[in-house]
Design a protein around this ligand. Structure first.
Ligand SMILES: O=C(O)CCC(=O)C(=O)O
Ligand SMILES: [Fe+2]
Length: 175
């Protein structure tokens, strides 16, 4: 991807680090109390703050949905297959050429769901430089996300770091 985007090799290597990645395992219990009209979410709609997120759904129980062209698409689990989601840091690094995908997880009525996710983050202190965003470090991004969630109840994300005043417009729109 770095090659496709003509990114500087040293700089893109410093934006990716195995050392700052982590693995998280999830268990989504069975939930029978929902209907088509009132679905229940194991995880609400969000974008990952990572560079990349690699998902493995251990028991082939579906539920993951991704937003494409304003439509929620169900990701059918395929055995021995990993799903790679692009996160906010990849969107910034790629100057918005690659988009951080909005996704959510629906709970299952009959089976619990186990998934394992590996999140890749930028190296500590590495500055994300992009035409569309002010330079920032992942630590600064995360701090802003936490502040917004606390103050507004939702993540504003990359719009906060846009060069223009669209950040304010994005927040007003979301309210
Ligand atoms: O459990 C999943 O398949 C997705 C989890 C997820 O989206 C996340 O941890 O950010
Ligand atoms: Fe996610």
């Amino acid at each position: 991807m770095a090659k496709n985007l003509n990114l500087d090799k040293t700089e893109s290597e410093s934006d990716l680090s195995e050392l700052t990645g982590f693995i998280r395992a999830y268990r989504y219990p069975i939930c029978s109390e929902f209907s088509k009209e009132h679905p229940a979410w194991g995880m609400d709609s969000h974008t990952d703050s990572s560079v990349l997120s690699i998902l493995s759904c251990e028991d082939q129980v579906g539920g993951l949905q991704v937003l494409k062209n304003d439509n929620w698409l169900t990701v059918e689990p395929i055995s021995n297959t990993l799903i790679v989601n692009l996160g906010d840091m990849m969107q910034a690094i790629s100057n918005d050429e690659y988009k951080s995908v909005k996704h959510r997880v629906k709970v299952n009525r009959y089976k619990e769901r186990i998934s394992i996710c590996y999140f890749v983050f930028p190296k500590e202190g590495s500055v994300i430089r992009s035409i569309n965003y002010k330079p920032f470090t992942y630590t600064e991004f995360q701090k802003q996300v936490q502040q917004d969630v606390k103050a507004l109840g939702f993540k504003v994300g990359l719009d906060r770091f846009k060069h223009t005043t669209t950040a304010a417009a994005a927040i007003t729109e979301a309210c």
